[in-house]
Design a protein. Structure first.
Length: 106
């Protein structure tokens, strides 16, 4: 089905595409007191690329006052941050049992 015909089909059948933000809002988080992400700040400080700021789909990593900070509570547990960090500054593991994210849409 071509893109235009998909749009026509959705419009004709009163179907609107669901935005990612709306799907993420349906997920349930059980936040643990123990962080499952840790930054090795001495290594992180020397990183120029800072790929973690761009690859995290939940935007858990932010640049504040020239320093990378993170918020593990909204993590989608994909591991992209650890994979993208070429310096090994991110220690990532799954949260303890019973904690973390429960996806509504698989």
């Amino acid at each position: 089905m071509a893109i235009d015909s998909r749009r026509d089909f959705r419009a004709k059948n009163n179907m609107n595409p669901v935005r990612v933000e709306h799907k993420l809002a349906l997920n349930k988080y059980e936040v643990d007191r123990e962080a499952h992400i840790r930054l090795k700040e001495e290594i992180c400080r020397e990183c120029e690329l800072r790929a973690c700021l761009y690859v995290c789909p939940a935007e858990c990593y932010k640049l504040r006052e020239g320093k990378v900070s993170y918020n593990y509570e909204g993590c989608l547990e994909c591991g992209s941050c650890q994979i993208s960090c070429g310096k090994g500054a991110i220690e990532w593991s799954y949260p303890r049992g019973g904690f973390g994210i429960s996806f509504e849409y698989g």
